[in-house]
Design a protein around this ligand. Sequence first.
Ligand code: SMG
Ligand code: MG
Length: 407
Amino acid sequence: MLAVSKPAAAPLPPFPPEPDQGRSDRTDGLAEVRVEGARLRLVELPLVRPFTTSVGTDTVKTALLVELVGDGLRGWGECVADPGPSYFGETLVTARHVLTEYLLPEVVGSPRRPVADHLRRITWVRGHPMAQAALEMALLDLAGQATGRSLAQILGGVRVRVACGVSVGIEATVAATLRAVDGYCAEGYQRVKLKCRPGRDERVVAAVRRAFPTLPLTVDGNAAYTLADLAVLQRLDRYGLLMIEQPLAHDDLVDHARLQALLRTPVCLDESVPSVASARAAIALRAGGMINLKPGRVGGLLAAAAIHDLCGAAGWPTWVGGMLETGIGRAANVALASLPNNTLAGDTSASDRYFSEDLVAEPFRLGLDGTLAVPTRPGLGAEPDPERLARVTTWLERFTGPGTGHG
Ligand code: SMG
Ligand code: MG
């Protein structure tokens, strides 16, 4: 009988290393912390101008804040879920539910523990990365304060100031977009991102490029395109964009890989990377060329830092995105932006790009060189101004520990 030999299997492409789910050695050496009580609250801050994307218009920022109290310290976390699930599947109501019923009971009233152990106790909760990230931020703030280490030091930051860009919403007219871009450039922002959607893309990009020939420029489609729009996406290649952010579906990687193979401009993934594992898949599939890091989207700062490391090893640049955070979430984003592979300016704009009065005592101010200072105080290095906090709080709930109920 004829022996049929199986052809040798083609070697697997080099795969990115195994994810560590973000529960990394970055927490080694942090003091143990005890969480005696917690408060959840909603705050509402009007935006200085409406912000329109392909998924809707925001005129006010509603943030869910986590406040942990232990050993005389106070740790703060900001949840970036929106009121509705148009950018991401979580909402303010689902995040509140998950924090109240599942996450906070695991840490409030528990004994003094290493922060890694507190975090291990919440990993059984699947999904809900924005709720998880808010609690993680508050725990890291407590642990950083207890240890005397800033969040940037905990995460492995290497910069004292970080380069800032600005995200410009879809304006009513091209002229209004040009005015907005002009204003932000005059303030010193180092790069401009134009929100776009089918029909509101090439004409605006062409006009901005004509008026600002050397401006570092990007676009963000927030998943509004499909491969049927290939022609316009390929035409955008002509404008020297730094990247095209999340053009295709929020849960797609395969079509982004097909698109990237047909574009010179790097594709930057945002919505399509909701975890460390999905970042690894994106890199393995070559579904783009860079990733926008948002702690809330991926389950926390440690997971975002792990994605930063994976991308660095793969030669993909990273940068820190934004969710119109108050100064609390902004402090965390700026600390994350100080990591070495974040080589592109972030959507980490100054407080006054969003609010006439930020929540934090010391608002983030843009330097003349278009940078923000990385907080240096232990922990987050930012806390709400008590009087302002009281003024903008619309809802508040207290937790004292498991079994004691809340209210
Ligand atoms: O914080 O300056 C900011 C906003 C940056 O454009 C921004 N964020 O898709 O990257 C993004 C959006 C998400 C929020 S609006 C849907
Ligand atoms: Mg985006």
